[in-house]
Design a protein around this ligand. Structure first.
Ligand code: DAT
Length: 171
C-alpha cells in the first residue's frame, strides 16, 4: 500500500515533535526527527561558533533518508526545509506560534536569552514559511497555528483526514 510523505517544519519550539509523534501514533506512519537522526549517525560537518550548534551535513542526511522516503509513509520533522528534494513530499506543513507562547516554550527549554531572541525573531520574520514557499510548489505548503492544545487537536484531525483521503485516492 502506498502512503504519503509529510514534512513538518517551522521555528524550533512551534510543536513539530509533539504533532509528529502523535500523528504517527494515530496513523501508523513513521516519525523521523532529522536532528536526532543526525546525532545518531553523526551527520554533521563542523560547528557553528556564532549559533553554538553543530552544522548539519545536508547531503549525507538526504542520502541517509532517500531509500526510506521512496517507500513512503514518513513524517519528517526539521526546522529547515530548503535542502530536501521537492519530489520527496506530498504535503508540507509550516507550524506557526505567536511570540509570547514561543518565548515561554523556549525559556522552559532552558535556552539562553540570545538563542530565545534569535528563534522568536525567526518566527516573527516568518523565515521558515518563506523558505518553504521558495523550496516547494506553493499549493503544497500549508501554515498551521500551533498555540494551544486545541490547535494541536485540530491539526491532528485535519492531517489524519488528509492522510486517509490520500491513501484512498492513491491505492
Ligand atoms: P519543536 O519540535 O517544533 O521544537 P516541540 O514539539 O518540542 O516543538 O514543542 C515545544 C513545547 O511546546 C513542548 O513543551 C510542547 C509544547 N507544545 C507543542 N505544541 C503545542 C500546542 N499546540 N499547544 C501548547 N503547547 C504546545
Amino acid at each position: 500500500m502506498k502512503r504519503p510523505n509529510i514534512l513538518l517544519t517551522g521555528t524550533p519550539g512551534v510543536g513539530k515533535t509533539t504533532l509528529g509523534k502523535e500523528l504517527a501514533e494515530r496513523t501508523g506512519l513513521e516519525y523521523v526527527n532529522v536532528g536526532e537522526l543526525a546525532k545518531t549517525g553523526n551527520l554533521f560537518e563542523g560547528f557553528d561558533e556564532e549559533y553554538e550548534c553543530p552544522i548539519l551535513d545536508e547531503d549525507r542526511v538526504v542520502d541517509e533518508l532517500e531509500d526510506r522516503i521512496s517507500e513512503g509513509g514518513l513524517i519528517i520533522d526539521y526546522h529547515g526545509c530548503d535542502f530536501f528534494p521537492e519530489r520527496w513530499f506530498h504535503i508540507v506543513f509550516v507550524l506557526r506560534t505567536e511570540n509570547g507562547f514561543l518565548y515561554n516554550r523556549l525559556e522552559n527549554r532552558g535556552y539562553k536569552q540570545k538563542k530565545i531572541q534569535e528563534n522568536v525573531q525567526c518566527e516573527i520574520f516568518q523565515t521558515i514559511y518563506e523558505e518553504a514557499m521558495e523550496s516547494y510548489r506553493q499549493d503544497m505548503v500549508h501554515q498551521l497555528p500551533s498555540n494551544t492544545p486545541t490547535d494541536l487537536e485540530q491539526n491532528l484531525e485535519q492531517i489524519t483526514q488528509w492522510i486517509e483521503q490520500w491513501i484512498k485516492d492513491n491505492n
